[in-house]
Write a protein that binds this ligand. Sequence first.
Ligand code: UD1
Ligand code: UDP
Length: 344
Amino acid sequence: MKILSIVGARPQFIKLGPLSRELRKKHDEIIIHTGQHYDYSMSELFFNQLEIPAPDINLEVGSGGQGEQTAKMITGLEKNIIEIKPDIVLCFGDTNSTLAACIASVKLFVPIIHIEAGLRSFNRSMPEETNRIVADHTANLLFAPTPAAIINLRNEGLEAKSILTGDIMVDSIAFVQSKLSSNIYSETGYFLMTLHRPYNVDNPDKLNHLFNSLKNIEKLIIFPVHPRTLKIIHDNKISIPETIKLIEPQGYVEFQGLIKYADKIITDSGGLQKEAYISGKPCITLRPETEWIETVDSGWNFLLNIYDNNLTNKIITFEPPVSHPEIFGLNVAQRMVNEIENWF
Ligand code: UD1
Ligand code: UDP
């Protein structure tokens, strides 16, 4: 089979890693990178650490408005899909690169498989929610990570093309476990934080309010800063309390090492909520809702509003239960490749 994998943003490289390795045992894989993420520490570093072959094509679309960025991707993808003539296109998650991959492929009648299908926040103010819905409705085969995702797909009449495979990031995490670095930051413990959702970081007052609240947690907070967030901090000269240590975006190996030694995770990232759960770390999610509802239902993930009057105390006192059921599956890449072969 000739399989075209389309990626463009950090979480997609992480999802591609284990699947690409498994696919290449028997099939031809071509990788197109849209260029949505382009800094070395947001892109190439992940290809290196996850041992993914360099992309065959990079469309280099770069940053831009929602429509502008997506339009450039569709234009570039259409031209390349016509030339490559793949048997199947694989798309991942819910970014603008996912949306463009689906629109370009469906109009050229190329079968699409959506990895991480069925996630819903039911919050249309997130660009990702639109991207996911379009991806699930245009793709021909849907790989759902969890039973809750299958229920969402059933509710939209998509169950017949859906398969519960587990979550591919289980394999990404497993791949780097033997390479993790030791605890270089603090013997006395720390919280690990990431933030990049536009509704949290694009408003400098909200970001400032959060940092001022977090000052009251007398604990080191390690904060690898997403370039979107760093730009807002710089442009608005937002001051950072001493207890919050800003560092560059980390490689996957270094970041999994940071999770391993963290006491708690504070985030608005989708991927990190899962990784916190899989790594057995309590997670505080600074969002009004989450797609990863199982992590909340299990008691390991706690949703918190940045403007909550009791934010600091809630972060300090949050403790998960003892029980920690397996949610995301095992050996997912192998399962997915078997399903692709059976289906094609
Ligand atoms: C995108 C995805 C989001 C995903 C996130 C993962 C969409 C709509 N959003 O959000 O779903 O969770 O990636 O990280 O697809 N920038 C750089 N260097 C880079 C990349 C970005 O400096 O390599 C800066 C630019 O100022 C850019 C901004 O970050 O304008 C936002 O980048 P963009 O890819 O548009 O959205 P993300 O916030 O990264
Ligand atoms: N991540 C990383 N280095 C960092 C921050 C995050 O390797 O400095 C990884 C993290 O382990 C997770 C993924 O990036 O697997 C999450 O991506 P992101 O938060 O950018 O996007 P989302 O998951 O919210 O779409």
